[in-house]
Design a protein around this ligand. Structure first.
Ligand code: GLN
Ligand code: ZN
Length: 769
């Protein structure tokens, strides 16, 4: 009798971001698809070998993706929208990447589209900072096998001697995540067409030797209506009938099954995974209610955070379960795929050793699983020193003086409701802000300009000590000045300095705040080839000195136009960091809000009259279940207001949010009371603006008119069309003209014509007044 150890998914990006570099070389035409595929195969092999070496029993395959696993699923089931001109057969890399990134037409690796086509919509994967490509389905959607990837990767592993457990995204979650232009279409009605394609993939996996398939259904932790519950039943009964011998591990994560527990336990599957990090309390109920033969996968190692686990505590929690159910029907697992954690802590050679001992990245988490497995299968004695080391680390972290700051705790206690109120309500502020002298349809950008090769190289060299601080700063000043001159030349109204000095919108601040730590190699995929290195909030947060004032003041000194100060908001800062687990999130967030409040005041003192506090992550921070939304929104909005409310009425506060739907949180967005909000709307053709229109949103708003996720240059008439749409429903005085988001990932050759077009579009609109 022994317990099985498993993994649900390993990061795809490579220890040293090999996948990113390979993709970008391919996209820029510097390498052939075969080279990209070779590098991808090398990464898969490395990951399988590592997991095998660590002694895991169930190693995943098909957890790899060149871009996104939801996009992989769309190709697998042939859900390729007509605009990509797919003619059936295997979905080619050109089509796949056109769906991911759009194509300009003509020059994208021989894609034979004549006029460019936009990328698919992208949105956040549940409450993570991973973004997936939203499947787009139509009435009467035909599904057919467009890719055999799960089978190919299973066989590839097998040929290399790895017996894997393939992972696929389940059909119900797939449909729940999908969208249709036709609002009357009930997406679940497409299930009957979808199931045969899934069944074919499962059949092939089984025929090739797979004993288990992990079928991810995170939708099982959502609030589900009856139709969706029925869809789950239909789906898994269909699979059980078609493939009675194949063992499916139904894998929900990111929360508790709660009221979906009976549904989950009633499905004819061989195994059920439980996220016991997000929802530890469900263990006992499930163990009591689960049918005897059901294999339970216990997600005990946190796949969403980087803290080293308290292995003793975990053992104590699972021992009673073993007594009750025996080890044979138990699997030990991370709570979810390790996609959301960095690859390997061992690469961090220059962090504080104490701090390092508190951490575990993907590789270390698998080691933890393997230690737990040994402790159970061969006795605690066989891993005595490993267990002792884990306990010691947990203890030093709990008591470390590096974590607690009395002044911060004191300030937090003294927070009053007054602190999160601006001096006057919006209408009065608006009057006073007329002194800014802005035209109708003012144009601006969201903050960052292209981080060119030159800038990134200089930063890297500065980091290595090969470029002096002075030389680096001089280069950044030059970039900033060039960008300002160019913005003046093309006639942008509210300028930005370009954020050339920033590596990342959260990391840049994290590096300057106390209580944050950062890594050198702790990259996590955000979308496609875009990775971020989340800071780690390990202690009380404070601001030792001003963070952005020097750059903003320098930029303002170069121009008579308004220079927008640029900060990342408290909720986003927290949401995109790994957060300490010894203090509640609202408290951590208030600490950051207070630190930012000081920065906002300092910017104002330095003569900056427009300050943008980006909060793109407010929506993604929403708890998965609606019952907890109100409490979260209360403190999240309060934290934003804490950061923004220390200024005079004349100072204009902007905020910016991207990839968000606003319908169900519009009251809270309005309660942020930013003088101006910019949002991402171009891909949805202004659909995301509807919430503001219906609400009669009173403050100013810049609906994005330029999809910055795509290299495509939007023509003037397209942007004019979008703005006219906005003007039809909003007061023209309310409208700002801006891109969807910052431009750091784009090239200047793309940005320049696009922004020239944008300014032109604003001018045309002014003429139509
Ligand atoms: N100011 C940031 C930028 O322009 C905003 C980025 C974001 O919202 N994701 O890069
Ligand atoms: Zn944005």
């Amino acid at each position: 009798m022994s317990i099985t150890t498993s993994n649900l998914g390993f990061p795809r990006i490579g220890k040293r971001r090999e996948l990113k570099f390979a993709l970008e070389r391919f996209w820029s035409g510097q390498s052939h698809i075969v080279t990209l595929q070779d590098i991808a195969a090398g990464l898969r092999q490395e990951n399988w070998a590592l997991q095998q070496k660590l002694g895991l029993d169930h190693i995943p395959s098909n957890d790899f993706s060149l871009y996104d696993h939801v996009l992989d699923t769309s190709s697998m089931v042939g859900a390729v929208p007509q605009s990509y001109e797919w003619k059936g057969g295997p979905v080619s890399p050109e089509t796949y990447f056109a769906m991911a990134r759009g194509s300009q037409g003509g020059h994208d690796h021989g894609a034979c589209t004549h006029h460019g086509v936009a990328a698919q919509e992208m949105t956040k994967w549940f409450d993570t900072n991973y973004h997936f490509m939203v499947p787009e389905l139509t009435k009467g959607q035909d599904f057919c096998l467009g890719s055999n990837k799960p089978v190919e990767e299973y066989r590839e592993a097998r040929q290399q001697g790895f017996d894997t457990r393939p992972v696929i995204l389940g059909p119900v979650t797939f449909l729940k995540l999908a969208k249709s232009k036709d609002e009357t279409l009930d997406l679940l009605s497409l299930l009957p067409g979808l199931l045969p394609v899934y069944t074919e993939i499962l059949r092939r996996l089984s025929a090739n030797g797979a004993e288990w398939v992990q079928i991810d259904e995170p939708a099982l932790v959502l609030d589900l209506d009856e139709n969706t519950q029925t869809a789950f039943k239909i789906t898994y009964e269909f699979f059980a009938r078609a493939l009675p011998r194949l063992k499916l591990l139904l894998t929900p994560y990111f929360g508790a099954l709660d009221d979906n527990l009976d549904l989950a336990l009633g499905l004819p599957v061989a195994g059920l995974h439980l996220d016991l990090c997000r929802a530890p309390e469900q263990l006992q109920t499930v163990v009591t209610q689960a049918p005897a033969g059901l294999v339970l996968s216990l997600g005990v190692i946190d796949g969403r955070n980087i803290w080293r686990a308290d292995l003793e505590a975990i053992l104590q929690r699972i021992e009673p379960v073993i007594t009750q159910r025996g080890t044979d029907h138990l699997i030990l697992a991370p709570s979810c795929s390790l996609l959301h954690t960095p690859v390997d802590l061992e690469l961090e050679t220059d962090i504080d050793p104490d701090f390092k001992s508190w951490l575990a990245f993907a590789t270390q988490k698998l080691e933890e699983l393997s230690i737990l497995g040994k402790a159970i299968n061969t006795g605690r004695d066989s891993v005595r020193s490993e267990l002792a080391a884990a306990s010691a680390a947990v203890e030093t972290r709990r008591t470390s003086t590096k974590i607690h700051d009395a002044a911060v705790k004191q300030r937090l206690k003294a927070v009053t409701a007054q602190l999160s109120q601006r001096q006057s309500p919006y209408p009065a502020r608006r009057e006073k802000q007329k002194s800014l002298g802005l035209p109708d349809f003012p144009t601006t950008t969201i903050g960052s300009f292209p981080q060119t090769e030159g800038v990134r190289k200089a930063r890297a060299e500065h980091g290595k000590g090969a470029l002096t601080a002075n030389a680096y700063a001089a280069l950044l000043r030059k970039e900033t000045e060039t960008s300002i001159r160019w913005q003046e030349e093309i006639g942008i109204d509210v300028l930005v300095h370009g954020e050339f000095e920033r590596n990342d919108m959260v990391q840049y601040f994290g590096e300057q705040l106390s209580g944050f730590a950062f890594t050198k190699h702790g990259w996590v995929q955000s979308y496609g080839s875009r990775y971020v290195r989340p800071p780690i909030i390990f202690g009380d947060v404070s601001r030792p000195k001003a963070m952005t004032v020097e750059w903003s003041a320098y930029a303002q000194s170069l121009t008579n136009k308004h220079m927008k100060g640029m900060l990342t908001g408290p909720v986003t800062m927290m949401q995109w960091s790994f957060v300490r687990d010894d203090l509640s999130r609202d408290q951590v967030c208030r600490q950051i809000g207070l630190a930012l409040r000081d920065e906002v005041s300092d910017l104002e003192k330095a003569g900056i009259r427009i300050i943008q506090i980006d909060e793109p992550a407010i929506r993604e921070g929403l708890p998965i279940r609606k019952a907890y939304w109100a409490a979260y929104l209360d403190w999240a909005i309060e934290c934003f207001r804490l950061s923004a409310s220390g200024v005079q009425d004349e100072t204009q506060i902007h905020t910016h949010m991207c990839y968000s739907e606003f319908n169900d949180i519009i009251d809270s967005i309005a309660a942020m009371d930013a003088d101006v909000i910019s949002i991402e709307t171009s891909r949805s053709k202004m659909e995301l603006l509807d919430a503001f229109v219906t609400y009669h949103y009173p403050n100013e708003i810049g609906p994005g008119v330029y999809d910055i996720h795509s290299p495509r240059i939007p023509p003037v008439d397209e942007m004019v069309g979008l703005l006219r749409k906005a003007r039809k429903n909003l007061d023209p005085d309310q409208i700002w003209v801006n891109p969807d988001c910052g431009l750091k990932t784009r090239k200047w050759e793309e940005v320049k014509p696009a922004l020239v077009n944008m300014v032109e579009a604003a001018k045309l609109l002014r003429l139509e007044q």
